[in-house]
Design a protein around this ligand. Structure first.
Ligand code: HSE
Length: 418
């Protein structure tokens, strides 16, 4: 390992000079106390004009990976495949690594943990979850012995920005997304944001640090905001709710861990309601500390660079994730055996049948469409795609998880409103 207590100076090889890479370059240049230098930056498109000396750049990744003077690789590319190669090669070459690539981490976490352990090299990725909010390090360090009941939060800045602009300024989805892209909040492929994939990648990483569960994102129930309908906005207004894309993980009374990313109606008295634009908010509930709320910018160049900077600073005292929940507690597997309170709107009575529900609480048909509210089983949502069809939208109700649901009934109220 290249960084230890004696050697506190960091010689960095940086991959990627996009929004975050450029901000990090500026931050490091203005933080002399960090005792860090960027020796070389590897980029894909040398023809692009950049605000840094030309001599800093190369397109040859090996120049960084083979340079023995470089003791830290910072990976800030937008390509998970490239990121995987860079990060694994760097670890095998005994270089410390800092990355922000949540998709690459979430898809390969088991292997990355094994590699870190085999080579004794730190791999830090605070910037991968909620940008400026130090959520991973808090889960690792602060809550290492406290029993975590739940983590709930807005962990994607772009979708929160879009939903805020639609709700507060009547902007169209396209205009709001365009703004999120221009501001550098959105992923290069923004479908990762709006389809809930970025959020579920982050949730999958958080699950490892919170509960010791390594779960591929594709195994976690998730959806984004693209299927939301005007009727959902109208319903939210009528009930005094706002719609947010929420990530949720919880330990149930039987010890199992559940998790999902879905749009949810948020009530007026909930803290998450105040999380607007590109901000993120994470509420952690634990046995001893009770409820704590973390709030901060969840996307953008400088907020993300601040988390990278904090990881770099941690490398100077040889900090590594210990994966305490994974290593020191019994293995925890994710369960999809749970029920959710949801409201489903649709415009064709043939698409959504009441049989999809374990319990129907309300069924409204009027000129703007149909809505069924009730309880559904999470496995049935994972296994069936009726709720992903065009014209159908599913939004979780504020009570969200039903812990003690045992008997299936369909004795709901049917309202026919002409
Ligand atoms: N596209 C991400 C977001 C960037 O909007 O949250 C920060 O991870």
């Amino acid at each position: 390992m290249s960084t230890n207590n004696k050697q506190t100076s960091l010689t960095i090889g940086l991959f990627g000079f996009g929004v975050v890479g450029e901000c990090l370059y500026q931050v490091i240049a203005n933080t002399p106390t960090l005792n860090a230098t960027i020796k070389k930056v590897c980029i894909k498109h040398p023809e692009k004009k950049r605000n840094a000396p030309h001599s800093l750049f190369t397109t040859d990744s090996q120049l960084l990976l083979d340079d023995e003077e470089i003791n830290v690789i910072v990976e800030l590319t937008n390509d998970p495949t490239d990121a995987y190669r860079i990060v694994t090669t760097a670890i095998k070459g005994n270089k410390s690594v800092v990355t922000a690539n949540k998709k690459m981490i979430a898809d390969n976490l088991k292997e990355l943990i094994e590699l870190q352990s085999k080579f004794g090299v730190p791999l830090l990725y605070e910037a991968a979850c909620c940008a400026s909010i130090p959520v991973i390090r808090n889960l690792e360090e602060y809550y290492d012995n406290d029993l975590l009941h739940s983590i709930s939060g807005i962990i994607n800045g772009s979708t929160n920005y879009i939903l805020t602009k639609i709700a507060e300024e009547n902007k169209s989805f396209e205009d709001a997304l365009n703004e999120a892209q221009l501001a550098g909040f959105a992923e290069t492929d923004p479908s990762l944001d709006v389809e809930g994939i970025d959020a579920v990648n982050k949730l999958s990483i958080l699950l490892t640090h919170a509960y010791g569960s390594i779960t591929l994102p594709s195994h976690i129930l998730h959806a984004g905001i693209t299927q939301l309908q005007l009727s959902d906005a109208a319903y939210a207004k009528e009930k005094g709710y706002v719609i947010k894309l929420l990530a949720h993980a919880r330990k149930l009374a039987d010890g199992s861990i559940i998790a999902f990313v879905l749009p949810r109606f948020v009530k007026a008295d909930e803290r998450l309601r105040e999380v607007r634009n590109e901000y993120n908010g994470v509420e952690i509930e634990s046995s001893l500390a009770d409820k704590q709320f973390f709030y901060g910018k969840g996307a953008g160049g400088f907020p993300t660079a601040s988390a990278v900077l904090s990881d770099l600073s941690a490398l100077r005292y040889n900090y590594k994730y210990e994966y305490k929940k994974l290593n020191y507690t019994p293995p925890t597997l994710l369960s999809n055996e749970f029920y959710l309170h949801v409201s489903v709107s649709f415009n064709n009575t043939q698409i959504v049948a009441v049989q999809q529900f374990a319990q129907v609480d309300e069924w409204v048909i009027n000129e703007s469409g149909c809505r069924i509210s009730g309880i559904v089983h999470a496995s049935s949502l994972l296994q069936n795609d009726w709720w992903r069809q065009p014209g159908v939208s599913l939004v979780v109700l504020p009570q969200s998880v039903v812990e003690d649901f045992s008997s299936a009934t369909t004795s709901g109220i049917l309202s026919l409103i002409p």
